[in-house]
Ligand binder design. Structure first.
Ligand SMILES: Nc1ncnc2c1ncn2[C@@H]1O[C@H](COP(=O)(O)OP(=O)(O)OP(=O)(O)O)[C@@H](O)[C@H]1O
Length: 236
């Protein structure tokens, strides 16, 4: 369970997010949807303890990230690439992440297989394509078998096969009673993947709810999105 209440963050005089509030329920895939610059990354960075809010709280399983005892065993995350050093092999990177988080080394082989990188485990990360880097980042997120997954734009760089694969993986993960939050600006992708939606625009949450409720009365999620974020139709 993720609970975000009254989250506000300014960069200088610019409001990145204002009074953002939503919950993410276990057993479902929740899509965090908004255009570029809407405030998705700002929200997720605070949730993951990488940035401080000016106001409000962001809790994972009832605690702020910085108070989690074994963070990677509670929440797996993917933000902007794998974060692996280019000269390391995929296996060495994951082994290092596992060791520094008290995760058994046996998990490394398991997650490499799970994300489809077993054959290139001995290759240097610097030789990886964007999609392979995304898979490696996801492998690190899965290492600690966390109850919660938080993924920022996880399908960036993935080909259609990769997109299908990650969609299935996230649905399976949630089906087991775990919590999955993923951000994207791609509406068609969200319509295929998410059970619930949190729609954000210009730093404010404009609606939350099951996908079917958010799109009710609209031809598509895209139509719903534009109606919600621009009720006067000025953008069309
Ligand atoms: N470090 C920063 N300094 C100044 N402004 C920032 C900073 N980080 C974010 N912003 C601004 O805050 C707003 C929200 O940005 P954020 O990156 O959270 O949006 P986003 O929804 O993740 O967008 P994208 O899909 O482009 O990543 C934007 O206007 C952005 O320019």
């Amino acid at each position: 369970m993720i609970e975000i209440v009254g989250l506000t963050k300014r960069h200088g005089t610019k409001l990145a997010i204002g009074d953002v509030a939503f919950t993410v329920a276990p057993g479902r895939v929740t899509g965090f949807l908004g255009p570029n610059g809407a405030g998705k990354s700002s929200t997720l960075r605070i949730l993951l303890g990488l940035d401080r809010a000016d106001a409000g709280t962001a809790l994972i399983g009832g605690r702020p990230y910085r108070k989690l005892r074994d963070p990677l065993r509670t929440v797996g995350s993917l933000l902007e690439g794998s974060g692996a050093h280019r000269s390391r092999t995929a296996r060495a990177h994951l082994t290092w992440v596992a060791r520094s988080n008290g995760i058994p080394k046996s998990r490394v082989g398991q997650v490499l297989a799970e994300v489809g990188l077993a054959d290139v485990a001995g290759k240097r990360v610097g030789t990886f394509s964007l999609g392979m880097g995304q898979r490696l980042g996801l492998a690190a997120a899965l290492l600690g078998e966390p109850e919660v997954l938080v993924l920022d734009e996880p399908i960036n760089g993935l080909d259609p096969d990769g997109i299908r694969w990650i969609r299935r993986l996230l649905k399976e993960y949630a089906k087991g009673g775990r919590t999955v939050l993923l951000s994207s600006h791609l509406m068609s992708e969200m319509a295929e993947t998410a059970d619930d939606l949190v729609v954000i625009s210009a730093g404010r949450v404009v609606t939350t709810g099951p996908l079917g409720e958010v799109t009710a009365g609209h031809a598509s999620l895209e139509e719903a999105f534009f109606a919600l974020t621009d009720p006067a139709g000025r953008l069309s």
